[in-house]
Design a binder for this molecule. Structure first.
Ligand code: NAP
Ligand code: ZN
Length: 344
């Protein structure tokens, strides 16, 4: 079978490798679609630890083709989505219910072979059924949606909440939709690209702002702003210093800041602790997807999330090497790899 393998930092190749053989607990899944994520680019550049040689791809879904002898609850032909993050279940964090903080966390597509391939092995506890009639491309959105869902859950968004989402990549565009579904009646998105601001307003943002032309603090939280005094919840989805700093100033007194965007390890941001104290801000980190993959899959299946408009391109495995090794193209939101696709 074909697989896109990271052989070392900066070394990414499509190779022919043996089709994997499922162990007793594994499903052998024929990949229908696998999303390209910023993390794949970080892995390519060696900015995120992995264990090459390894097949990348952690946002995958597909059809069960075979399974091990201990697998129950799945049948050949089922469509599944895989939760790539495998917790050990035994360490102090796992036994305290914080599986995303597992000290032995292993991820499919990072530490073991992933979904940029014709086939991927998925341990049965990491597999979740999707409807047979679902658009095969939509299953690839369960994983990023699950990460956003965790952020939304810990943010405590309720009916009537006001929310600012900073960054209009796929994470921001999914987060804003979840914020609306959770009951927020004001959801303001800040992102630089005009096409993304327009899209955001079409899929649920009540307003959008351009951080390059406006003082967004004033425009949102100023006396004559969209939400004078600030909003209940700010969700940082850009992963840059500027937006992290803005988060603290956009939350109202007693409000919540959720950091979902990933800044490089060691990067620093200047903040004013007095402001956090004096206005009793709650600052929360949101890391991956503990116990939310089933709900994310159900949300994708329900059709409640606009997905089609987030898919910018489908590419074959061969064409995907360029996609992962180059920075994202302007205007693109999500590129999906479809193994076996013949593209020009
Ligand atoms: P992305 O496409 O890079 O999205 C971030 C977007 O933020 C950029 O495309 C950019 O869009 C916008 N941005 C950049 N500077 C900005 C600024 N100054 N003000 C406002 N917007 C700005 O990546 P993504 O896939 O959506 O992911 C977003 C972040 O979440 C990344 O850091 C990713 O690593 C992280 N992430 C975290 C988790 C988790 O578990 N916490 C899971 C998945 C991803 P414009 O060009 O339109 O400004
Ligand atoms: Zn653990």
């Amino acid at each position: 079978m074909k697989a896109m393998r990271l052989e070392g930092v900066g070394q990414l190749f499509v190779c022919d490798i043996d089709k994997p053989i499922p162990g007793p607990d594994d499903l052998l899944v024929r990949v229908e679609a696998c999303g390209v994520c910023g993390t794949d680019r970080h892995l390519f550049h060696g900015e995120f630890p992995s264990t090459p040689p390894v097949t990348l791809g952690h946002e995958f879904s597909g059809i069960v083709e075979a399974m091990g002898t201990s697998v129950t609850g799945f049948s050949v032909g089922d469509r599944i989505t895989g939760d790539p993050n495998i917790a050990c279940g035994r360490c102090p964090q796992c036994t305290a219910g914080r599986i995303n903080l597992c000290r032995n966390l292993q991820a499919i597509g990072i530490h073991r072979d992933g979904g940029f391939a014709d086939y991927v092995l998925v341990p049965q506890k990491q597999a979740f059924l999707l409807p047979a009639g679902l658009d095969p491309l939509h299953g690839a959105f369960c994983e990023p949606l699950a990460c956003c869902l965790h952020g939304i859950d810990i943010a405590g968004i309720r009916a009537g909440s006001s929310v600012v989402v900073l960054g209009g990549g796929v994470i921001g565009l999914l987060t804003l939709q979840l914020a609306r579904l959770a009951g927020a009646t004001t959801v303001i998105l800040s992102t630089r690209q005009a096409s993304r601001r327009a899209l955001a307003e079409e899929i649920g943002a009540t307003a959008s702002v351009d951080p390059t032309t406006d003082d967004i603090i004033d425009q949102i939280a100023g006396a004559n702003g969209l939400m004078p005094g600030g909003v209940d919840v700010v969700i940082e989805c850009a992963g840059v210093a500027e937006t992290v700093q803005q988060s603290f100033r956009l939350a109202k007194a007693g409000g919540t800041v959720v950091i979902l965007g990933v800044m490089p390890q060691g990067a620093k941001v200047e903040i004013e602790p007095f402001d956090i104290l004096f206005r009793e801000l709650k600052v929360l980190g949101s890391f991956i997807n503990p116990f939310v993959h089933r709900r994310a899959a159900d949300l994708v299946a329900s059709g409640a999330i606009e997905i089609d408009r987030l898919i910018s391109r489908k590419v074959s495995l061969e064409d995907a090497v360029d996609v992962v090794s180059q920075p994202p193209a302007a205007g693109e939101v999500k590129v999906l790899i479809v193994p076996g696709l013949t593209t020009g």
